[in-house]
Design a protein around this ligand. Structure first.
Ligand code: SPD
Length: 386
C-alpha cells in the first residue's frame, strides 16, 4: 500500500525531500509504478534506471588526459645502433629505479617487420618520419599522454607538429641528420662529390653502400635528378640499372657497422649518415663527410610507443628525461647528430656535420610510398639478388 493517492503526490513528496530511498520504493510499488514511470515523473535515480549516455565529446574541446599508473620496474627500447650516449641508460636506471634493455636495428623496415610479427615486447621504438606514417596506417602506435612530458617545451618549434605527426600525438623527436658519403681523405685523392663515385671501377672492393632500401635506392634516384620518393616505373628502372651497375664495385651493403672498417682503412668510402661518420671521425681524424651535389636525404627520427606496450609510464618518464637539456646534449655529443631539442643544442660540445644553406636546398625528406611500397620492395630484392 502507498501513503500517496497518486504518482504525482509521490513525486512532489520526493522533490520536497520527505522520503528516503526505502520509503520511495515502497510507495512506488504500492502505486504500481514501473521504472519507466519514474523517468516520466523525473524521479530516475542511480540504481533504479540507466543513466542516459553522455553526449559525444566535442572534438574542438580538449579532453582531459588519462592518469598513468606508477612507473614500472622495466623498460624495453628498440632503436638504431650507436644512437644513445653511454651514460643515458645507466643514469636513468639509477634515478628512476627502472631496468632498461636496448635492442638495435639498422633500418625502419626491419623494425616495422618485427613489430608486425608481434615480437619484442618493446615500450619505445625510433622510426624516421616516413615510417611514423607507415606505423600510423598499420595501427602500430599508442598515443602519448603529453602531461607527462613537460620537458617537451625544449623541442625546437620546427620539430613540432610535423607532417608525419601534425598534432604531436605520437612522437617525440630524437635526432636529425642526412645521408651522404663518409670517406678517408688519406686514401682518396679527390673527395667524392657525386653519387657517381660508386659507379667508378677505380673504387672496386673499397667502397660500400647502405643496407637500407630507402637510402640506397633514394641515392640513385637523386643521382638522376628524381625525388627520393618517386614511384614512377621509369625512375625506378633507372635507379635499378645504376644500383646494379655499381654493385661490382661494392664490398658490401652495410650501414652503421661499416664504421669500424672505415676507421681501420679496409673501406675507403661508404654511403653513411653524417652522425655515424662523426663517430668514426672521433676515432680516426682522416674521415670526412660529403654531401653529393645531386642532393641527398634529410631525416628526423622520433621516439614512439608501439601498440600494446606494457611499460607506458616508464616510457613517458624516459622521454621526459632525454628531453632534459643536459641529457639531450650528451646524446648528441655521442651520436654526432643534430638535436631537435634547442635547450640541448645550446649545451652541445662536439661538432656536427650540419648541411650548409646551399646543400639544404638539395636535401629531401622521405615520405611513405603508399601503394608504391611493393614496387620498391621488389626493386630492392632484385638489386640485392642481381
Ligand atoms: N646510427 C643511427 C642512424 C640513424 C639513422 N636514421 C635515419 C635513417 C633515415 N633513412
Amino acid at each position: 500500500m502507498s501513503e500517496f493517492k497518486t504518482a504525482q503526490d509521490l513525486a512532489d513528496a520526493v522533490r520536497r525531500g520527505e522520503l528516503d530511498r526505502r520509503d520511495f520504493l515502497r510507495n512506488s510499488l504500492g502505486l504500481g509504478l514501473t521504472l519507466s514511470s519514474f523517468s516520466v515523473l523525473g524521479l530516475a535515480c542511480s540504481g533504479e534506471t540507466e543513466a542516459p549516455p553522455p553526449p559525444p565529446a566535442d572534438p574542438a574541446v580538449p579532453q582531459p588526459e588519462p592518469e598513468l599508473g606508477p612507473i614500472e620496474a622495466e623498460l624495453h627500447i628498440y632503436m638504431w645502433s650507436d644512437y644513445i650516449a653511454e651514460d643515458t641508460v645507466p643514469n636513468f636506471e639509477k634515478e628512476f629505479n627502472c631496468k632498461v634493455t636496448v635492442d638495435t636495428y639498422e633500418s625502419n623496415e626491419e623494425m616495422i617487420a618485427k613489430l608486425q610479427l608481434g615480437g619484442g615486447g618493446y615500450d619505445l621504438v625510433c622510426p624516421s618520419g616516413y615510417a611514423v606514417t607507415v606505423m600510423g596506417k598499420l595501427g602500430l602506435m599508442e598515443k602519448l599522454t603529453r602531461k607527462y612530458l613537460p620537458n617537451a617545451a625544449n623541442i625546437a618549434p620546427i620539430f613540432s607538429k610535423t607532417v608525419f605527426d601534425p598534432s604531436d600525438e605520437h612522437t617525440v623527436p630524437w635526432q636529425w641528420g642526412i645521408t651522404g658519403i663518409a670517406y678517408r681523405k688519406d686514401k682518396i685523392t679527390t673527395p667524392p662529390d657525386s653519387w657517381a663515385f660508386f659507379l667508378d671501377a677505380a673504387q672496386k672492393g673499397k667502397v660500400t653502400m647502405m643496407d637500407d632500401m630507402r637510402d640506397n635506392i633514394g641515392a640513385w634516384l637523386k643521382y638522376r635528378g628524381k625525388s627520393v620518393n618517386s614511384v614512377d616505373p621509369a625512375d625506378l628502372a633507372a635507379a635499378k640499372a645504376d644500383a646494379i651497375a655499381a654493385k661490382p664495385n661494392l664490398r658490401a651493403y652495410i650501414s652503421a657497422p661499416v664504421k669500424g672498417q672505415l676507421v681501420a682503412g679496409d673501406v675507403f668510402a661508404a654511403q653513411l649518415w653524417n652522425g655515424d661518420t662523426m663517430q668514426a671521425k672521433a676515432e680516426n681524424a682522416e674521415i670526412e663527410f660529403a654531401v653529393p651535389k645531386e642532393g641527398a636525404v634529410i631525416w628526423c627520427d622520433s621516439m614512439v610507443i608501439p601498440k600494446g606496450a606494457k611499460n607506458i609510464r616508464a616510457a613517458h618518464e624516459f622521454l621526459n628525461y632525454v628531453l632534459r637539456p643536459d641529457v639531450g646534449a650528451a646524446i648528441s655529443n655521442f651520436t654526432g647528430y643534430g638535436s631537435p631539442n634547442s635547450a640541448a643544442t645550446a649545451k652541445m660540445t662536439t661538432p656536427v656535420a650540419y648541411p650548409t644553406d646551399e646543400q639544404m636546398k638539395t636535401l629531401e625528406y622521405q615520405q611513405d610510398l603508399g601503394e608504391g611500397t611493393a614496387a620498391w620492395d621488389q626493386l630492392w630484392t632484385d638489386i640485392k639478388s642481381a
